[in-house]
Design a protein around this ligand. Structure first.
Ligand SMILES: O=C(O)CCC(=O)C(=O)O
Length: 201
C-alpha cells in the first residue's frame, strides 16, 4: 500500500505537533469564512503516515450514483478519540485548546495515489453548526487542496505537504466547498480530520 511513498528527513522521528502554533497564517476567504494554514505543524509526519497506512482500520465505502453503486475514490476510517492512536488524541487536544472548541471526532482519508480524490463538498457538520471548525492534518505526499465559493467566483488553491495543518472556520462549510482533485503524478496521502459533533457555539 505504501510502495511509492518517499519519506523525508523532516518527516522522520516521533510525531510531534507544534504546541505554540508558530507560523499559523490566516487566509480570509471572504468576510465570514477563513482558512488557517500552518506549514510543517507536525514533525514526524512520515512516521505517522506509515503507521496509519499500515494499521488503521481502512474501509472502502461506496455510494449510489444515479442507478448504480460506485466505490469512493479513497479509503476512509474513523476512531473514537479514546481509541485513536496516541498522536491523534494529542493533536485533538492541542487544536481544541487553541481554537476553543471541543474537536471530539477524528476520521481519516487515505488517497492511495493520484487517482484518489475527494469531490467538491462542504462538510456535513454544517448541519449542526453555524460556524463549524474543521481541522485537517496532512500526511504523506503533496496534494492540491482547493476551495471555491458555492455561488461561483474565484477559488483558492493550497499545495499541502506532509505535516501541514489546515483549519477551515467561520461559514466556510456553508458558503464554500473544498476538494482534493486527482493528480497525475500524485503519491499517497492521508488526511486526518477533526470536527465537533455539537454546535460548539
Ligand atoms: O483530504 C483532505 O484534505 C480533505 C478531506 C475532506 O474534505 C473530508 O474528509 O471531507
Amino acid at each position: 500500500m505504501t510502495a511509492h511513498f518517499q519519506p523525508s528527513l523532516f518527516g522522520a522521528g516521533d510525531p510531534e505537533p507544534d504546541a505554540s502554533f508558530t507560523g499559523l497564517q490566516r487566509h480570509q476567504l471572504d468576510e465570514q469564512c477563513w482558512i488557517d494554514v500552518a506549514s510543517g505543524w507536525l514533525s514526524g509526519a512520515d512516521t505517522l503516515f506509515l503507521q496509519l497506512a499500515e494499521s488503521a482500520p481502512w474501509q472502502q465505502r461506496d455510494r449510489w450514483m444515479y442507478d448504480h453503486r460506485v466505490l469512493e475514490p479513497r479509503l476512509t476510517c474513523s476512531w473514537s478519540l479514546e481509541q485513536a492512536p496516541s498522536p491523534l488524541g494529542t493533536m485533538a487536544a492541542l487544536l481544541s485548546q487553541h481554537y476553543g472548541v471541543d474537536l471530539d471526532t477524528v476520521a481519516a482519508n487515505y488517497y492511495r495515489d493520484g487517482r484518489d480524490s475527494v469531490a467538491w463538498h462542504g462538510d456535513r457538520v454544517r448541519l449542526v453548526a453555524q460556524r463549524p471548525l474543521v481541522a485537517i492534518v496532512s500526511l504523506g505526499s503533496r496534494r492540491r487542496f482547493g476551495l471555491r465559493p458555492r455561488g461561483g467566483g474565484q477559488g483558492r488553491w493550497f499545495a499541502v505537504d506532509g505535516g501541514d495543518l489546515l483549519v477551515m472556520g467561520g461559514r466556510s462549510q456553508h458558503d464554500w466547498e473544498h476538494s482534493v482533485p486527482k493528480s497525475a503524478r500524485g503519491g499517497p496521502r492521508i488526511s486526518v480530520t477533526y470536527r465537533h459533533s455539537e454546535s460548539g457555539e
